[in-house]
Design a protein around this ligand. Structure first.
Ligand SMILES: [Zn+2]
Length: 321
């Protein structure tokens, strides 16, 4: 089972990176950071981004006051959120480049790491940190992916996909140490000093997926829960009905946030959740039976409502009763 999951998720990471890289090439941001440093000092490179990309794996964008989106070369988003006393690092990316040094160039505060879920494009860089907070339902996945073989495979893939950046990839370490796993559940609060982020459980994409709510600043960090293309067909996904329920719970809190900061892609407005709920409802009611969704499994289908696409397993729609 575990081997199957690992193989599936390796393919997942590969497909996800390729898909999102192609999206990035279409939606290249207005500026690309030449180094991982504070956004206010960014280098504007509007015409030719090639030379800038050749210098850095990460590109950093300030998305709110004391909040940075660290783009993991198109594969995923990592977020850094500063309070007065500490900074929260939300996810750790694929782990193929030196995220720790990048983060330390942005903040001098102590850094707390949290994983929104255990997939390797979100937990791959955990090994650079002594401890990581996550939902206990993700502990097995985080542990399984925190291995030398997974790390070496990720670096090799990155070398093949981005040979021009081979020089900025991490050298293989002598060993990989699994960080101390610290549990979080619904209502847990990260108090950063003058800034609080609350954990909201959002099972669906994985059983232990969480979002992080900074209600004072109207921000919701959503992991893979609110991507424009949400993957609900993986073996570790919950039935779609459970995901639909999680979206409805989020909707009840929507007076507390205006911006969604997803694990993949650009920020979205909070109204996007309505479109996801409508999309999930259309699948559950079978008003939409979907189109074949081309991926590494042959059973996935997808439905789209406005900006929201959900790829799902038609055999796993309803909660068993
Ligand atoms: Zn994921």
């Amino acid at each position: 089972m575990l081997v199957h999951v690992i193989r599936g998720l390796r393919r997942f990471a590969l497909c996800s990176c390729a898909m999102l890289l192609s999206l990035l090439l279409v939606q290249l941001p207005a500026y690309v950071r030449s180094e991982c440093a504070e956004a206010g000092h960014k280098t504007q490179i509007p015409k030719d981004t090639t030379s800038a990309q050749a210098q850095s794996w990460f590109s950093v964008h300030k998305v709110a006051d004391r909040v940075w989106r660290i783009d993991d070369h198109g594969g995923d988003n990592v977020y850094l959120v500063e309070g007065d006393d500490a900074a929260l690092l939300i996810d750790a990316g694929t782990g193929v480049a030196d995220l720790l040094t990048c983060v330390q160039s942005l903040t001098a505060l102590p850094v707390i790491l949290v994983n929104t879920h255990g997939h390797p494009d979100h937990s791959g860089g955990d090994f650079q940190f002594p401890e990581v907070y996550a939902h206990p339902a993700e502990f097995d996945a985080i542990t399984a992916f925190c291995s030398m073989q997974v790390h070496l495979d990720a670096i090799e893939r990155s070398q093949q996909e981005s040979p021009e950046l081979a020089h900025v990839l991490l050298d293989p370490p002598d060993s990989i140490t699994i960080p101390v796993l610290l549990p979080i559940r619904e209502g847990f609060v990260f108090n950063l000093g003058g800034r609080r982020l609350e954990v909201l459980e959002t099972p669906g994409h994985t059983r232990g997926s969480v979002c992080l709510l900074d209600s004072a600043n109207g921000l919701l960090f959503t992991g893979d829960n609110n991507n424009t293309v949400a993957w609900l067909f993986l073996e570790e996904c919950t039935p779609l009905e459970q995901y639909h329920q999680a979206l409805q719970r989020l909707k009840k809190r929507s007076g507390e946030f205006t911006v969604l900061l997803p694990g993949h892609g650009d920020p979205l407005d909070a109204g996007f959740i309505d479109e996801q709920i409508a999309c999930a409802q259309s699948i559950l009611s079978e008003a939409c039976t979907g189109e074949p969704y081309k991926t590494f499994v042959d059973y996935a289908r997808s439905c789209t409502y406005k900006r929201s696409t959900i790829a799902f397993n038609p055999e796993k729609l309803h909660i068993a009763r």
